[in-house]
Design a protein around this ligand. Structure first.
Ligand code: NAD
Ligand code: ZN
Length: 233
């Protein structure tokens, strides 16, 4: 089946860890996943940060370093090119690695925050900080700045979910890529897109629990399937 992208007015790409896998960023469920090696209770929750902020920040610097060693692939580039030539392309991602932005995509809706931002909850500020090391680990108020990431046990940012929902309800083509879709709100997105009439496509290296909801399931690697789509525009 051919997806003729020019037939659609509003396209949402919804991406998960599988989108970055070919760039070398390990997926969550895969065998090389980071939480097999590190205990998230020590490195990726508010409690850990409150107890040992420096240790948690050091760990996130390591993650930044390893992500900077990876490069966006042709699939990321395809999406950013499409955004330039198409009136309305929105990316909603669960990834925190910033790969879409590095490929040139704008206005990415990041459900789980970003490795490249810090925040101080007391001062209600967020600070962009791109690079291997954090420029400042402390806020002007004296608090340690915390990575602006949804850690284990954190609530998702309500405003960001609303933005994502709005984009998804308004789209007529919804393409989910490389997400197992087991975690809320990801699990509800295909249904949301479908209920408002979007054509729903899933791209994944294997079927997922949500595959049954999609109008079309394409089994394959994100970069290869997307590059193939580009021939059909
Ligand atoms: P997941 O690890 O649960 O699922 C990844 C999915 O991608 C799987 O269904 C797998 O079959 C598929 N996949 C693997 N390689 C692929 C490829 N080359 N092409 C297409 N599909 C491929 O990831 P998730 O659904 O995103 O949820 C896990 C959570 O972990 C998310 O909340 C996310 O925030 C976080 N996470 C983020 C990153 C990142 O920023 N890159 C990495 C790991 C985990
Ligand atoms: Zn502060």
């Amino acid at each position: 089946m051919v997806i003729d992208i020019k037939n659609y007015k509003k396209i949402v790409f919804f991406t998960g860890a599988g989108m970055s896998a070919e760039s070398g960023v390990p997926t969550y469920r895969g065998s090389g996943g980071i939480w097999h090696k590190y205990n998230y209770e020590e490195f990726a929750c508010q409690d850990a940060f409150d107890r040992h902020p420096q240790k948690v920040l050091d760990f996130h610097e390591l993650r930044r370093k390893s992500v900077l060693e990876c490069q966006p692939h042709n699939g990321h580039k395809f999406i950013s090119e499409l955004q330039k030539s198409h009136n309305y392309v929105t990316v909603v991602t669960q990834n925190i690695d910033g790969m879409h932005q590095r490929a040139g995509t704008e206005n990415v809706i990041e459900l789980h925050g970003s490795l490249w931002r810090l925040r101080c909850d007391d001062c209600s500020i967020t600070i962009d900080d791109i690079g291997e090391s954090f420029t400042n680990k402390k806020c002007k108020c004296g608090n340690y700045l915390r990575p602006d990431i949804t850690w284990f046990g954190d609530m998702l940012n309500e405003k960001v979910i609303q933005q994502a929902s709005e984009a998804i309800r308004n789209c007529d083509l919804f393409i989910s890529i490389g997400t197992s879709g087991v975690v809320w709100p990801a699990a509800g997105f295909p249904q949301e897109a479908k209920s408002t009439g979007a054509y729903c496509v899933e791209i994944n290296t294997e079927r997922t629990e949500l595959s049954g909801l999609f109008d079309e399931v394409i089994i394959g690697k994100a970069s290869e399937v997307l590059t193939d789509l580009s021939f059909r525009t």
